[in-house]
Ligand binder design. Structure first.
Ligand SMILES: CC(=O)N[C@H]1[C@@H](OP(=O)(O)OP(=O)(O)OC[C@H]2O[C@@H](n3ccc(=O)[nH]c3=O)[C@H](O)[C@@H]2O)O[C@H](CO)[C@@H](O)[C@@H]1O[C@H](C)C(=O)N[C@@H](C)C(=O)N[C@H](CCC(=O)N[C@@H](CCC[C@@H](N)C(=O)O)C(=O)O)C(=O)O
Ligand SMILES: Nc1ncnc2c1ncn2[C@@H]1O[C@H](COP(=O)(O)OP(=O)(O)OP(=O)(O)O)[C@@H](O)[C@H]1O
Ligand SMILES: C[C@@H](N)C(=O)N[C@H](C)C(=O)O
Length: 462
């Protein structure tokens, strides 16, 4: 994490006031929450939805913060304290992070896409970790606040940082890419997430392609080549562009694609078009094979030896609730894939469960997919209509839009195998009547639906 004197921080963050009395104070790390201050941190207050962080500046300092920023339009900064006055604390955070990044001699991998950013980030970091000192985004800290905080967490010795870049509107990825100035970028796919804000898949693709705006000259763009909205844009005017491309996907027109995918109960084996060695990942789903292939492309681009790839895949530490397999109380298996959901990710998860063998009943517990815009109801009904009763035995839904999944499913399922609820407790009570040892239960919905609570009720006494 960042270690600088307050004089250096003042310079890097655009300080407006005289801090000569405190210029040699040592700053170690940054925090935006007084409830989790680390010794020597620089505290950065933000005006939030509930409170203004400025009211916690003195408390942060009393609890060990070395200093704090203060936004100049907020009255009464505490006197006699190591306080740096700035125009805007968010812009100061971003400027501090950018300047810190520019002082380090490291490489940056930036990852965006509608689905798979966090998973691919974890996979890429693990592969690179076989060879380099790697820093990666913690959890899902992927926005205008999370990314600069992640960059300020890098050590002087960090060799490669793997940064997740999230967005829900135009211009957000451009900001993040120009802060990080990546050497390699990955665009995992173009789905439907954030249609509400971006209006169309073309709009989503344009927003994701903003990641090139900060890409360093001679950099590499690794992209989902099965997606025409990406391929058409990236492979046009090749002679004018300042970067090279690597396409990945199922199609054999990609630079790298999987061959001979074999799905086990808790792992997946695959080979590559250009390496017939069998690779194993301890996660399920063709979509996760594609995530792993994108990560392999990044590792190869950064000179990880081919012989180290499997070691990297073995050490993957996935963030929770991404196809997370857990044990149920009655001998069933539960796939907790409840972190988020859009039609693309929902279909990927349902298709996977449909392909799995060795289980008794396969039950899908599905909730609303949020932020899909004006066609949200059609998306839900169509998803239900496409669930195959030969692959999924029963469908449980939760939420107002989830009910439309159930309505769509009734086109092909008999009514006694489809259940719609607006109350999670009632859903769990009914679900428990249908789950036996050897069954498989998929739990998936947008993060706001908190469907992980269903998985927790099935897998713990609480
Ligand atoms: C600024 C901040 O910290 N926000 C967090 C805070 O929100 P809230 O507004 O409720 O803050 P408060 O009003 O309670 O407090 C104001 C500040 O005061 C601090 N404070 C408070 C009390 C106290 O005793 N001491 C204090 O110091 C406090 O820390 C505040 O700074 O709390 C919420 C609940 O914990 C947090 O969720 C909120 O964090 C916001 C959302 C945030 O952006 N956090 C980033 C670090 C981050 O990266 N979070 C990610 C989620 C990012 C995300 O959603 N990404 C999207 C894609 C990008 C969309 C983009 N358009 C966007 O706007 O984000 C995705 O789909 O992935 C994470 O947490 O996972
Ligand atoms: N390549 C992919 N294609 C389709 N769905 C995917 C893919 N990778 C992951 N998913 C699904 O998307 C969900 C979210 O995965 P992950 O958190 O890795 O993506 P993300 O892009 O970071 O998500 P978010 O934008 O919601 O933070 C997972 O639960 C999984 O079901
Ligand atoms: C935070 C936002 N980008 C998001 O993922 N929202 C989901 C759809 C939700 O709120 O559930």
């Amino acid at each position: 994490m960042i270690k600088r004197t307050l004089a250096q921080v003042h310079e890097m963050a655009g300080g407006l006031n005289d801090i000569s009395a405190f210029q040699s104070v040592e700053v170690t790390g940054v925090s935006i929450d007084s409830r989790s201050i680390g010794a020597g941190n620089l505290f950065i207050p933000f005006k939030g939805e509930n409170v203004d962080g400025h009211q916690y500046v003195e408390r942060a300092i009393s609890q060990g913060a070395a200093a704090s920023l203060w936004q100049k339009d907020v009255p009464n900064p505490p006197a006699g304290q190591p306080i740096i006055l700035v125009e805007n604390t968010l812009q100061a955070l971003q400027q501090l992070a950018k300047n810190y990044r520019d002082q380090l001699s490291l490489k940056i991998v930036g990852i965006t896409g509608s689905n798979g950013k966090t998973t691919t980030k974890d996979m890429t970091a693990s592969l690179l970790g076989t060879t380099y000192k790697v820093h990666k985004t913690n959890g899902n800290f992927n926005n205008h606040i999370g990314l600069p905080l992640t960059m300020l967490g890098m050590d002087e010795e960090t060799e490669i940082a793997v940064l997740e870049m999230g967005m829900s509107g135009r211009g957000e990825i451009e900001l993040l890419s120009k802060l990080a100035r990546p050497n390699v970028v990955i665009i995992t796919n173009i789905g439907e997430a954030h249609l509400l804000d971006l209006g169309s898949r073309e709009g989503i693709a344009q927003a994701k392609l903003e990641i090139i705006s900060g890409l360093q000259a001679g950099g590499t763009v690794i992209y989902h080549g099965d997606e025409p909205l990406l391929r058409d844009k990236l492979e046009s005017s090749v002679e004018e562009r300042h970067f090279q491309t690597i396409s990945f996907g199922k199609g054999e027109n990609n630079d790298i694609y999987p061959v001979n995918i074999q799905t086990g109960q808790d792992h997946t084996v695959f080979s590559l078009n250009d390496n017939k060695e069998e690779f194993t990942i301890s996660v399920l789903g063709t979509h996760n094979v594609l995530n792993a292939i994108a990560a392999i492309a990044a590792a190869r681009t950064l000179d990880v030896e081919e012989t180290k790839l499997q070691d990297g895949l073995n050490n993957i530490q996935l963030t929770s609730m991404r196809m997370e397999m857990v044990e149920g109380l009655n001998g069933e298996k539960i796939i907790n894939d409840a972190y988020n959901a859009s039609p693309t990710s929902m279909k990927a998860a349902i298709d996977l469960v449909g392909e799995l063998t060795g289980f008794g009943n396969k039950i899908a517990v599905l909730a609303d997919m949020l932020e899909l815009g004006p066609e949200e109801e059609q998306f839900h009904y169509k998803l239900g209509e496409e669930i195959n009763p030969a692959q999924i035995n029963k469908v449980f839904t939760f939420g107002r839009l989830g009910r439309l999944i159930a309505e769509g499913a009734k086109n092909h399922f008999s009514a006694e195998n489809v259940f719609a609820f607006n109350d999670k407790g009632e859903l769990v009570e009914e679900l428990k009547k249908h789950v036996s040892s050897g069954d498989l239960v998929l739990v998936k919905g947008s993060r706001g639906m908190k469907l992980e609570e269903v998985a927790h009720k099935l897998s713990s006494q609480s």
